[in-house]
Design a protein around this ligand. Structure first.
Ligand SMILES: Nc1ncnc2c1ncn2[C@@H]1O[C@H](COP(=O)(O)OP(=O)(O)OP(=O)(O)O)[C@@H](O)[C@H]1O
Length: 256
C-alpha cells in the first residue's frame, strides 16, 4: 500500500545544529500518528518541511505518491495537507464564526477570499463546521475572548475548513488547562475520524499520546529513534529515559 505521506532521507542543518539528520517516515492513510521527543529534537522542523515552510537540504517528500518538495505552502494546502500551529493563528478581533468563514473562503479564488463575509454559503459551512467542534455557542464571540482550549479547537476547525486529507498539528494541547485537555482531544479526534482525516500531531502529554495515537514516532537529535504502537513505545526504557523522564523532571522543576 502506498503511504499517504512518504518522507525519505530528510536533512536540514542550521549551522552546526542537525534539525533533520536522515528522517524516513511513512504516514498511513487514516492513522493518527503522534510525534514525541525532547525539546529541539526536530519535531517542528519536520512539520515545517512537509508543509513547505522549510526546504530540506536533502531528501524527498511525496504526498499520495506525488513529490511535493519545493512547492509553496499554499500549493501544498491545495494538494490536501493542512496544519495548525503551536500558537493558534486566529484573527483576534474577529468572531469565531468570521474566522471560520475566512478559512472556508480561502479555499476559493482570490476574489471569493476578499469578500467572504458577504457570502452566505461560506458562513453556513463555517457554522456547520463549528457545530462539529462543539463551538456553536462561541460562534459570535471574538477570538481573543476564548480560553486556550476553545482557541485551539477554533484554530484546528480553520485548518479543517481547507478540507485536507492530512492534518499536521504542532502541540494541539499545549497551554490547555489539564482539566479540559482530554475533552478537547476527544472532540478533536472524533471530528477528525468522522471526516476521515489522517493526522500527525506533536505532543508532550503522554496520557494524550497513549489514549489517542495509533502509532508513535520518537524524535531524537534530528532522527526517528523509535516507531510503533503507543503500548510498545511508551514502555521502551530508552524512551522513558530520554523523553518521558525529561518531561517528568521538567514538571518537577516547575512545581519546585
Ligand atoms: N529557522 C531556524 N533557524 C535556526 N535554527 C533553527 C530554526 N528552526 C529550528 N532551529 C533549531 O533546530 C533544532 C530543532 O528545532 P525544532 O523546533 O524542530 O525542535 P522541536 O523538537 O520542535 O522542539 P520543541 O519541542 O522545543 O518545540 C533546534 O535546535 C532549533 O533551535
Amino acid at each position: 500500500m502506498t503511504a499517504l505521506l512518504a518522507a525519505r532521507g530528510l536533512r536540514l542543518a542550521f549551522g552546526g545544529v542537525k534539525a533533520a539528520d536522515g528522517v524516513d517516515l511513512d504516514v498511513r492513510a487514516g492513522e493518527h500518528l503522534a510525534i514525541i521527543g525532547p525539546n529541539g529534537a526536530g519535531k517542528t522542523t519536520f512539520i515545517n518541511m512537509v508543509t513547505g515552510y522549510l526546504k530540506p537540504q536533502a531528501g524527498e517528500i511525496a504526498f499520495e505518491g506525488r513529490p511535493i518538495l519545493g512547492l509553496s505552502p499554499r500549493r501544498i494546502v491545495r494538494l490536501g495537507i493542512a496544519r495548525s500551529f503551536q500558537l493558534p493563528q486566529l484573527f483576534t478581533e474577529h468572531t469565531v464564526l468570521q474566522n471560520a468563514a475566512l478559512a472556508v473562503a480561502s479555499r476559493g479564488t482570490f476574489w471569493s477570499a476578499i469578500r467572504p463575509l458577504l457570502d452566505g454559503a461560506h458562513v453556513a459551512e463555517a457554522s456547520e463546521l463549528l457545530g462539529r467542534f462543539g463551538l456553536s455557542d462561541l460562534a459570535g464571540r471574538r477570538a481573543d475572548a476564548l480560553n486556550e482550549g476553545a482557541r485551539k479547537l477554533a484554530d484546528i476547525a480553520m485548518a479543517l475548513a481547507l478540507k485536507p486529507r492530512l492534518l499536521l498539528m504542532d502541540e494541539p494541547t499545549s497551554g490547555v488547562a489539564a482539566s479540559e485537555k482530554m475533552a478537547i482531544v476527544e472532540t478533536l479526534v472524533r471530528v477528525l475520524r468522522e471526516a476521515g482525516v489522517t493526522a500527525v500531531f506533536v505532543e508532550h502529554d503522554m496520557d494524550v499520546v497513549a489514549r489517542f495515537a495509533d502509532r508513535v514516532a520518537v524524535w531524537n537529535q534530528g532522527r526517528i529513534s523509535a516507531l510503533g504502537p503507543p503500548a510498545t513505545i511508551l514502555e521502551d526504557p530508552a524512551v522513558q529515559r530520554d523523553v518521558i523522564g525529561i518531561r517528568v523532571r521538567e514538571g518537577a522543576d516547575a512545581a519546585a
